[in-house]
Design a protein around this ligand. Sequence first.
Ligand code: AMP
Length: 187
Amino acid sequence: MSSICVYCSSSNAIADAYPPVARALGQTMGRRGHALIYGGGAVGLMGVLAEATHEAGGAVTGVIPSKLQDREGIAYDADELIVTDTMRERKRIMYEKAEAFVVLPGGYGTLEEFMEVLTLKQLGYHDRPIAILNVDGFYDTLFSFFEELRDGRFARASVSDLVEIVPSAEAALDRIERMSASDGQVA
Ligand code: AMP
């Protein structure tokens, strides 16, 4: 079992196609005995994911800055809730606790979190699995821009050398479990 940090949308206004993906990831993580580390909110895909993980028996750790906690209310389904003073502190804790990362569809916040773990991996600060669920080609335009960066030598590695691009929750966890096992970590 791994502690998996998931970055995903905090929006309640996105298309109906996306919450089932977050629910499937939570259910699969819980069923396979993985623990969830996430942004602590009860909103958007974050709330759906945390509730599904919890219901499927997975441990849930929410990490939330006090300002957002006041605004959004508490993550009712977190087994552990860590409240931080700042967003930076919150991101650091999420990063340090994670053995692997999963990225679902999201907005600026998700992209910022994804870019950080991607950049740190390119620089060799960590070698943990990062799986990105490219639901219905959600991230295709981002990946094609990344290829332009690579072609222009702005990026050293292709995104697919650093990140597992997968179509489903099952595929994300299959890759993470395989990579963790081959690293000699506990999968
Ligand atoms: P976004 O993709 O802009 O909706 O931001 C979601 C991501 O950023 C999540 O993975 C969270 O870690 C963080 N985040 C951004 N906004 C919030 C919020 N209102 N509540 C909790 N976490 C948030």
